[in-house]
Design a protein around this ligand. Sequence first.
Ligand code: 5GP
Length: 352
Amino acid sequence: MEWCVSMPKVELHAHLNGSVRNSTLFELARVLGEKGVIVFSDVENVIMKDDRTLHEVFKLFDLIHILTTDHSTITRITKEVIEDFASENVVYLELRTTPKRNDSIGMSKRSYMDAVMEGLRAVSSVDVDYCPTGLKTDTVNGTTRKKIYVRFLLSIDRRESTEAAMETVKLALEMRDLGVVGIDLSGNPIVGNWATFLPALKFAREQGLYITLHCGEVPNQEEIKAMIDFLPHRIGHACCFDMENWRRLKSAKIPVEICLTSNIRTETISSIDIHHFVDLYKAKHPLALCTDDFGVFSTSLSREYGLAASAFSLGKTEMFQLAENAIDFIFADDGVKEDLRATFEAAVEKLD
Ligand code: 5GP
């Protein structure tokens, strides 16, 4: 496990509000409990519950959003999430979040994202490179400080309308200079229709944004087929494919973001030994290990690597290669890829 922490890693599938520390959620719940907005003991039980079905996870997100959705809290959790990833040697992070509008507190999708950006700028434990023009690593007292690249994906929630999805895409375009590189489609997979989001996703791609889709969390083969036909740049999960869609995915070579703990905890996959990671890995299909929601699922990227190593009997060399290969699927430019490859090269010499 220690080795998995010290190895450099690339995180491509992390939801901001799913990656909040439990201690922060408790603190926020206590404050809202004291104000009488929520009943603290009810919330405590929900947060502490270990196993949740996919359906229960989305109920939990509604609760988390009550606790976190004001500007200063969004700033705080963004800072903490980036610092947490950096502390376990994640060197490149693509953080995704759903821009939220809440008229009652004067929050627009833009002001929500401004609060996210403020959180990123507040990070102090590590240097953060977040915009395409880049920030050079500082040298403080002759020592090079640790650096993390952060890029953002704006999520469209499946509860949203075509207009709301389009608003998110336009916001992503507006914020390109601030490190927004793409669009994610997420939210409860049994809600909404692919056709609702397609116009916004097409527009996003035409404008040069990268697209990743939550795909196949439930066995909706028609939607899975339509998503593969769209040829997104990556997909997340890929759990419930029938044989025909599995064949399509493999021949299209669409990279898959694999979230082992999330899939097991939500019972999307019944047991780790039958996880589709094995089939994709053996077929050399492009894939990356990711956390999904490290707070909600009590995991970390290092743990996901540790889990893969033990469940699938992978050695250090394979783990390192797996982590390094993820560079190929990031949504940042070639300069970032080169820099990350150099970071891995330097690290391989130090790791035994
Ligand atoms: P946020 O976008 O609010 O920062 O992060 C939480 C949101 O991400 C949830 O409300 C949900 O829309 C999405 N999300 C987080 N985890 C999952 C997951 O495992 N599957 C899907 N489909 N959506 C998720």
